[in-house]
Ligand binder design. Structure first.
Ligand SMILES: Nc1ncnc2c1ncn2[C@@H]1O[C@H](C[S@+](CC[C@H]([NH3+])C(=O)[O-])CC(=O)[O-])[C@@H](O)[C@H]1O
Ligand SMILES: O=C(O)C(=O)Cc1ccccc1
Length: 267
């Protein structure tokens, strides 16, 4: 008899592997013991080692978002066009696209700032989808020299940039996209209505508890993310996309305080 809140119950309906689960990945216990001082959260080796478990238990709807990327690409991506996976981490978005599209459908560049993430993503993508044209590059999405692309995935990455850097990045992504190209932007979001926001955050913490995190882990991680993960509202995202020149954008998915948007460049 499976316990009511068995971890598998919560994540069992992932459409696609939430993250490459290599043998070397562990259960996230980074914040499980009391820390005298909670350091700023960073995507270091310790996080990389447990990242598949961490993101699957911490981001509601993560697997569903990954699963839709291929379907969005099948509808919008020009055959053979270039794709970016920006802030790729272990390359789960790239892997999801490779799992749903044939090798000649696209060429992909996966980019991340963390050397530890890039090293592991290179290993994983080379092992899991050797037939696809996928390059993993270490870099900063604020300074990258972008090549013309048919689709750009920005999956829970913009939130880690200082707010003052976000407009310029989105504007450069709009410029890099071919006419008719799409940007998929997934983010943790904040409600402008305080009561609504409080409700979503409380349910989000229930989600984490149901996935096996303790109150101590939830609290210490929240402190570590203070001023590191800075969520915007959905309105702020749509306004920024419009300012960048996207002709249309919509929120296609939301699960508590996590959402995914798609923005369209005029054909
Ligand atoms: N300026 C930057 N330039 C490049 N990368 C950056 C920058 N800042 C942060 N990162 C990288 O953005 C990623 C954010 S995780 C993305 C999940 C992934 N997209 C996934 O679909 O699994 C989201 C999360 O952990 O919640 C990390 O790998 C950072 O190193
Ligand atoms: O917002 C949170 O509380 C999270 O835990 C999201 C998250 C997931 C993975 C790495 C960093 C933040």
């Amino acid at each position: 008899m499976q316990p009511a809140y068995d971890t598998r119950n919560i994540v069992a309906n992932l459409h696609f592997p939430a993250c490459p689960m290599s043998d070397a990945s562990y259960r996230d216990a980074i914040f499980s013991t009391p820390l005298d001082r909670v350091a700023r959260f960073s995507f270091d080796e310790q996080v990389v080692a447990c990242f598949p478990d961490m993101i699957r238990r911490s981001v509601p709807g993560y697997g569903q978002i990954l699963g839709m990327l291929g379907l969005i690409a099948q509808r919008h991506l020009r055959h053979g066009a270039h794709v970016y996976d920006l802030g790729c981490s272990l390359g789960a978005a790239s892997l999801a696209l490779a799992g749903q599209l044939p090798p000649d459908a696209f060429r992909l560049t996966a980019v991340d700032l963390s050397p530890a993430m890039v090293a592991r993503a290179r290993e994983t993508l080379a092992a899991e989808c050797p037939g696809h044209a996928i390059e993993v590059a270490e870099g900063d999405i604020r300074t990258l020299d972008y090549r013309p692309s048919g689709m750009i995935v920005l999956n829970f990455t913009l939130q880690f940039l200082p707010r003052e850097d976000r407009d310029a990045v989105i504007a450069r992504l709009h410029e890099a996209l071919e006419p008719g190209g799409v940007l998929v932007l997934s983010e943790k979001v904040v409600d402008l209505d305080e009561q609504d926001n409080a409700w979503r955050v409380e349910r989000y913490h229930d989600f984490k508890r149901a996935n096996g995190y303790s109150d101590l882990e939830i609290s210490q991680k929240r402190n570590a993310l203070e001023n590191v993960l800075v969520p915007d509202s959905l309105d702020a995202h749509h306004d920024r996309l419009a300012r960048a020149g996207f002709s249309r954008s919509l929120t296609w998915f939301q699960y508590l305080n996590f959402a995914s948007l798609i923005a369209f460049k005029e054909a």
